[in-house]
Design a protein around this ligand. Structure first.
Ligand SMILES: [Zn+2]
Length: 405
C-alpha cells in the first residue's frame, strides 16, 4: 500500500517512487506506486493532477482496498512494475484545493462560534465551495459575523498542527464532528481554535488561506447552503464582480457606490412609463373599437340586426382578445376577429344584447379552416386557433362566416 507523502508534507510538489502495480480504472490505464504525493478524491477535496515521468495524470482515486490509483491520459508501456518514476503535482490546482479546504475548516468553526451551527456537509467544486448548516434560517447578520470571525482567524495566522491519536485518546480532543474512521485518527488542529479528524491537505498557517468570502446563502429545505470562496478564488470572484460593477457605473457615469440608487430610479421610471403606455394603448384600443363599430355594416342575421365587425387584424393573440372585448362593449355589436402570426388565432364575441352564440361562429370557422383546429368558450366570448398562417384563406373564411349551424 502506497505511503501517502502528502500527509506528512502537503507542500511536497515532487517525489520519486517505484511502480507497484499496472492496472486500469474504468477502462483507462492506471498505476499504483510504493509512495505518492498525489492526493486522491476524498473527504470533499478533489484529486490532484500532474505528471509521472512524461505521462499526464488526469485523475487520482482511492480503490476500495485503500490503494491509490494514478489514472493516466494514455497507456505507459515503459512503466512496468519495479520501474522508478518521478512524480510532479500540478501545483496551482493543489494549492487552490488547500486554500479552499483549509478555509472550510476555519469557516465551519466560525459558524460554531458565532451561531452554534455545526457543518453537516461540504463540497469543493471547480468554481466555488459550499457548506450546509442544519438550520432553515440563517440571517444575513449571522453569515456576516461568521465571515468576519473566519477572516479574524486568517489575520491571526494560526498554525495548522497535524498529529495522530488513538481511539482511547480521542475523548480529550474537542472535535467539531465525530470521526468516520477508527484506530489511529489523524487530527488537523487550527492551533487552539478548531479540531477535525481529516485526511486532506492543508496550508501551514491560516494566513495562507488569504481571504474567506461568503458569496451566497440559500435555504434548502431544513438546511442552509453557504457558498464561499477562499484565497485565489475569492480574488478572481472579486475581480469579476468589481469588473461588472465598474463597467456598469462607467456606462451610467456614476460612482459604483451610487449604482443602486441610479438603477433603482431607472427601474421605477421604466415601470411608470410601462403603466402609462398600457393606459394609452387601452384608450387607443377603445377609440379604434368605437370607430370600427361605427363603420361596421348592419347585417340581418338569424338573430336579427347586428353591427358586424369582421376583420383580420395585425395584432398578437392577447391584443385580439382585448379588441374583441372593446368592440362588444358597444350595443348590438358582434366581433369576428382573427390574427395570423406563426399560427392562426380567432376570437369571436357578441354584445350582451345580441341573442346569439359566439361558439357557433367559432365552430363554423374552425371547421372551414382546419379539421384539427381547437377552440371553445362561452356564448358571449369564444376563441380558438389552428396551425398555418395563410392570411388570404383566413380572410375568405371570415367573410363567409355566418351564425347558422
Ligand atoms: Zn481537512
Amino acid at each position: 500500500m502506497a505511503i501517502r507523502l502528502y500527509r506528512n508534507n502537503s507542500f511536497q510538489r515532487t517525489f520519486t517512487a517505484t511502480v507497484s502495480e499496472v492496472t486500469e480504472h474504468q477502462g483507462r490505464p492506471a498505476l499504483a506506486l510504493d509512495q505518492t504525493a498525489f492526493y486522491p478524491t476524498a473527504g470533499g477535496q478533489p484529486h490532484d493532477t500532474g505528471t509521472l515521468n512524461d505521462m499526464t495524470v488526469i485523475e487520482v482515486v482511492e480503490r476500495k482496498d485503500g490503494e491509490i490509483l494514478h489514472v493516466l491520459a494514455q497507456p505507459a508501456p515503459a512503466l512496468g512494475v519495479g520501474r522508478p518514476v518521478n512524480g510532479e503535482i500540478g501545483w496551482a490546482r493543489r494549492f487552490d484545493h488547500m486554500q479552499q479546504h483549509s478555509g472550510q475548516h476555519v469557516l465551519s468553526q466560525a459558524f460554531v462560534v458565532v451561531a452554534n451551527l455545526d457543518t453537516v456537509a461540504v463540497h469543493i467544486s471547480a468554481d466555488d465551495c459550499t457548506l450546509d448548516l442544519p438550520t432553515p434560517k440563517l440571517s444575513a447578520e449571522q453569515a456576516a459575523a461568521a465571515e468576519a470571525e473566519a477572516n479574524r482567524i486568517i489575520y491571526a495566522n494560526l498554525p495548522f498542527v497535524i498529529y495522530e491519536v488513538s481511539d482511547a485518546d480521542l475523548p480529550r480532543i474537542p472535535l467539531r464532528r465525530p470521526p468516520k474512521v477508527t484506530g489511529q485518527i489523524r487530527i488537523v488542529e487550527v492551533k487552539d481554535y478548531d479540531w477535525s479528524a481529516c485526511g486532506g491537505t492543508h496550508v501551514s498557517h491560516t494566513g495562507q488561506i488569504g481571504l474567506i468570502k461568503i458569496t451566497a446563502v440559500e435555504k434548502r429545505g431544513n438546511e442552509t447552503r453557504v457558498t464561499f470562496r477562499c484565497g485565489g478564488r475569492a480574488m478572481r470572484h472579486y475581480n469579476l464582480v468589481n469588473g461588472v460593477a465598474s463597467r456598469i457605473a462607467n456606462d451610467f457615469k456614476v460612482a459604483v457606490t451610487d449604482l443602486e440608487g441610479t438603477i433603482g430610479k431607472l427601474r421605477d421610471d421604466a415601470r411608470s412609463q410601462y403603466k402609462q403606455l398600457a393606459e394609452t394603448q387601452e384608450k387607443l384600443l377603445a377609440y379604434e373599437a368605437e370607430a370600427w363599430v361605427r363603420h361596421a355594416p348592419i347585417c340581418q342575421t338569424d338573430v336579427g340586426e347586428v353591427k358586424w365587425v369582421c376583420r383580420l387584424i395585425d395584432r398578437d393573440p392577447a391584443q385580439l382578445r382585448n379588441m374583441a372585448k372593446a368592440i362588444v362593449a358597444h350595443s348590438g355589436a358582434v366581433a369576428v376577429l382573427a390574427c395570423v402570426t406563426d399560427k392562426t388565432s380567432l376570437c369571436f364575441a357578441r354584445a350582451a344584447d345580441v341573442k346569439a352564440d359566439a361558439r357557433v361562429l367559432l365552430k363554423n370557422a374552425l371547421a372551414a379552416l382546419d379539421p384539427n383546429a381547437r377552440g371553445g368558450g362561452s356564448a358571449d366570448f369564444a376563441q380558438g386557433g389552428c396551425a398555418g398562417n395563410d392570411a388570404g384563406r383566413v380572410q375568405t373564411v371570415l367573410e363567409n362566416i355566418r351564425f347558422s349551424a
